[in-house]
Design a protein around this ligand. Sequence first.
Ligand code: SAH
Length: 244
Amino acid sequence: MTGMLTIAGLGPGDEGLVTPEVSAALADATDIVGYAPYVGRVAPRAGLVLHPSDNRQELQRATDAMRLAAEGRRVVVVSSGDPGVFAMASAVFEALETSPQWQDVAIRILPGVTAMLAAAARAGAPLGHDFCAINLSDNLKPWPVIEKRLRLAAEADFAIALYNPRSASRPEGFARALDILKEAGCGDRITIFARAVTTADERIEALPLRDARPEMADMRTLVIVGNSATRRIGRWIYAPRRAS
Ligand code: SAH
């Protein structure tokens, strides 16, 4: 049996947003590896071994997946959204760098619909002009780096997608992030809180950044701060395609 390591994105939640190629990879897999809630989204069946694990065990998870693939299994490592966006694809390559004995394992990465795209579609078109994405979790980077990126993104007038707004290890981080953006002159900017997009728990709220409260976000929320030209048209929010 020829092993294969597939790193797949399951999309933001809705079954209809799992791509056909990801569905085919799951149907062909012998093993599913990933954070328990994501593994839980894969239907069990005879011959399929599920390997759920805790959050924050990315490197161990990636190493286990590589070992299984090297043994000839067809392993799918699952992430929510897209596997390359703040997710498992980078962890697999980090594991590969530290364990070069697995260099010959066949690897493929199957994209998925990342949370910011699903959230933007619900709101209208807030990413229609230049934008950036910042992960507010400081598990893997120092907080001053996050502050610097927020300031420069505000100065550059990007729309800003914020992933992991409420880091478990730093619950006050999001309040600080809002303060930094206010200090940088973004108080008027339309800010979208998109929670559990495309699931039964979905909730979308939008308001000027100065009125945003930290408790409006949790770990299932994606926040989009519009650029200075982002506006409303009826129930929709969009970024004009021209910049002045
Ligand atoms: N790889 C994922 C992101 C993982 S980081 C992706 O591409 O979407 C986890 C963060 O993603 C969460 O804290 C939240 O900010 C965001 N997120 C993931 N799914 C979401 C959803 N259905 N609705 C809103 N935000 C979501």
